[in-house]
Every structure is written in structure tokens, then in C-alpha cells.
Design a protein around this ligand. Structure first.
Ligand SMILES: Nc1nc2c(ncn2[C@@H]2O[C@H](COP(=O)(O)OP(=O)(O)OP(=O)(O)O)[C@@H](O)[C@H]2O)c(=O)[nH]1
Ligand SMILES: [Mg+2]
Length: 365
């Protein structure tokens, strides 16, 4: 179940021009990369396909770059890699400190034991730079990060959540191209990041902590409705009983909710990422869930819907980018904004004028 050998020739559409990964020298430095070494997109695609971690790291840095020239190279690279290999994509979310990193360490080692290669992409919406969290996660996933079958990479959060989702989707495709057949996308449970992550994975796992009292945690209903699997972590020591109670309560609560799909009513179980109890079972449950979603057609339907959404978001983001890049449009936008603020032009009329200028065939002075 290793998708490494895609057997596709290097993409003909990649430009031969030198390519310098943009922007994220800190990550390269942390991972011992030579950030300055230029590499053609075709060579990069070749390296990714061969499963070379350095090439993969550079490729992800390239897709994360905001430089317009890098964007063209990134698109060439993604095209060269072709259709994704069909890895199992798992979204994992949970409140800060619930044990996501510890869980992924235990879970990832279990997946490797079962013969898989696992890539972990972590999104931290609270930080714009990856520098802080990568060190934290490398120590928390100490054993996993040493394994050649594992690849761990933080996705620096962009200015907008859309930006995060956009680059993470591409990173997923790159990891699949490099032969990782289990991809975990981790996000801390704040804001809309869970929705974004559920929108780019095959199944969504929610990690909860044992309840102190008998009151359900402040998990938003919308987030519960996204979950295919719920795991109550830290079911060990003094918290074991509370974890068992929490499992029972969430089973009841989920019973009253509409499942994401009738093919797989969400499961609720306890585990301890620290002792390893319940981790093998969680892995089995994930495989069962995937099998059920495949048999029902839900997995294919989710991927189709995700591809459509991805296309829509790309077009919208690209339009915004071009508006910002074109000095003529930028100054027109600034003037129109002023008019709108002053109440002299209605927003829809201003938007129309800007778009008319955007789509005008010739760009005058
Ligand atoms: N008792 C117990 N402690 C755990 C368990 N899992 C994680 N912890 C502890 O909980 C703390 C937070 O764990 P992390 O894995 O860093 O949690 P996280 O959800 O990744 O945290 P953020 O990335 O900061 O949101 C650490 O001190 C862990 O050792 C568990 O199963 N049992
Ligand atoms: Mg963490």
C-alpha cells in the first residue's frame, strides 16, 4: 500500500528555470536543508516521487511561498506529480493540551508497525511562523520524528484560514506523491480550523479530555457533527474513571445528533496516548471507518466535493492576489474604498467597477 512508485515521467510543463524555495528559510534551516540551493521543478518532482524527504521539504516550502514566480513553479510541480495516489487522509483536532501531538506520536508508530509511511502536517492557526511549534512538536513526537517512515511538518498559518487550507491541501498532495500513504493533518481546535481540516481529509478525528464534572465540554455542536471518530484521551491513572464517564456521555450526546453520513455513525472510545492503551484499537477503528466510507461511496463523494471547493477557493484567492499585484487595479481599489467609506459609492457598484477594470482586455496607464 505504498504509493511511492507512481511511474510517471517528470512533468513536461515544468520550466527549466532555477528555483529557490521562497520565504521559509527557518524551516529549511531547522530541518538541515540547504535553502539556497536552486533546483528545477522537474528535478524536485523527481525527488518527491523518489520519496526523498529533502525534496519533499523543499517542495512544500515552494507551495507555501507567496512569490508569484514561485506560484507558477509550484503549479508546474503539482501538475508534474499528477493525480494523488489515494492515501488515507486523517484530520485530527482537539483543544490545546488535549494530547494531539502525543497521540499522533503513539498512533504514528502504530501505523508504521502496520507497514505504513506517515506524514504529519500540523496547522497552528495561532502562529504565523512555524519556528516555535516545530521545535515543540519535534520534542513531543521525539520517536516518530526520528523514523525514516515518518515526515513531520508544521504548516505556518497564513493571514487567513483560507490561506492555510490552500497550502495544506497542496502539501497533502506532495506527501502522497512522495509515497506517504497515511497523512495526518493536525489542527488545534480554535475557530474554523476544524471545518477547514475536515474539508481536506477523508475522515475527521476529534480528541477530547476526560470531563471533570458531568458537564459536556465547550465543544461546538458544529465540530461534533464533523467528527467520524471521537477519542477521549488521558484515560489513565486518576482520570480513567472520568474518561469512561465521558465516553458514555458523548455516546449519548452523539446519539441525538445527525451523523455526517448514515454509513458511519461516529464512534466514541477512550485511549491513553501516554500509556498506549486504546491506540491499536483507534487505528483499527480508523481502518473500519475508511472501509465503510469507501463502500458507501462517501469517501469518493467527499473527495469530489473537496476538489470542487478547492477549485472555487483557488479562483477566488487568485483573483484577490491579482487585484493586489496590479498597481493600476490596486490604486483603483484604494480610490473605490475611499469612495465607499465616504458613502459616495455603494459597495456593489464599487465592486462592479473594480471587476470591470480587472476583466478589461487592455490595461491602459
Ligand atoms: N496522563 C496523560 N497525559 C497525556 C496524555 N496525552 C498527552 N498527555 C500530556 O498532556 C500534555 C499535552 O500534550 P500534547 O500532546 O502536547 O497536547 P497537544 O494537544 O498536542 O497540545 P497543543 O499542541 O499545545 O495544542 C503533555 O504534558 C502530555 O504529556 C495521556 O494520554 N495521558
Ligand atoms: Mg501539539
Amino acid at each position: 500500500m505504498n504509493g511511492r512508485a507512481n511511474g510517471r515521467p517528470p512533468g513536461a510543463r515544468c520550466g527549466p528555470g532555477g528555483l529557490v524555495p521562497g520565504g521559509a528559510g527557518t524551516i529549511d534551516a531547522l530541518q538541515g536543508q540547504d535553502a539556497a540551493a536552486p533546483l528545477s521543478a522537474a528535478a524536485l518532482a523527481e525527488g518527491v516521487r523518489a520519496g526523498e524527504v529533502r525534496a519533499l521539504a523543499k517542495a512544500i516550502t515552494l507551495v507555501e511561498s507567496t512569490r508569484p514566480a514561485d506560484r507558477s513553479e509550484a503549479i508546474g510541480l503539482l501538475e508534474a506529480l499528477g493525480a494523488p495516489a489515494g492515501a488515507l487522509r486523517i484530520g485530527i483536532s482537539g483543544s490545546p493540551g488535549v494530547g494531539k501531538s502525543t497521540f499522533i506520536e503513539a498512533f504514528g508508530l502504530r501505523a508504521i508497525e502496520a507497514g505504513h509511511r506517515i506524514a504529519v502536517l500540523t496547522i497552528d492557526p495561532s502562529s504565523r511562523l512555524a519556528g516555535g511549534s516545530i521545535l515543540g512538536d519535534k520534542t513531543r513526537m521525539a520517536e516518530l520524528s526520528q523514523r525514516p517512515e515518518a515526515f513531520i511538518r508544521p504548516t505556518p498559518a497564513g493571514r487567513t484560514l483560507g490561506g492555510v487550507a490552500r497550502r495544506t491541501r497542496e502539501a497533502i498532495v506532495l506527501c502522497e506523491g512522495a509515497g506517504f500513504d497515511v497523512i495526518v493533518v493536525e489542527t488545534v481546535g480554535v475557530g474554523q480550523s476544524e471545518t477547514a481540516v475536515a474539508g481536506m481529509t477523508d475522515l475527521f478525528l476529534l480528541l477530547l479530555a476526560p470531563l471533570a464534572g458531568d458537564e459536556l465540554q465547550g465543544i461546538k455542536r458544529g465540530v461534533m457533527e464533523l467528527a467520524d471518530l471521537v477519542l477521549v484521551n488521558k484515560a489513565d491513572g486518576a482520570q480513567a474513571d472520568a474518561a469512561a464517564r465521558t465516553v458514555a456521555e458523548y455516546r449519548n450526546a452523539l446519539h441525538l445528533m445527525r451523523p455526517r453520513t448514515p454509513a458511519w455513525p461516529p464512534t466514541v472510545e477512550a485511549c491513553s496516548a501516554l500509556t498506549g492503551a486504546g491506540i491499536a484499537q483507534a487505528w483499527e477503528r480508523i481502518l473500519e471507518c475508511r472501509a465503510a466510507l469507501e463502500a458507501s461511496g462517501d469517501r469518493a463523494a467527499r473527495r469530489t466535493a473537496q476538489a470542487e471547493e478547492w477549485l472555487r477557493e483557488e479562483v477566488e484567492a487568485a483573483v484577490h492576489e491579482r487585484l493586489r499585484e496590479d498597481p493600476r487595479l490596486e490604486s483603483l481599489a484604494a480610490r473605490l474604498e475611499e469612495e465607499v467609506r465616504a458613502g459616495r459609492v455603494a459597495p456593489p457598484a464599487a465592486a462592479r467597477r473594480l471587476l470591470d477594470a480587472f476583466f478589461a482586455p487592455s490595461s491602459g496607464p
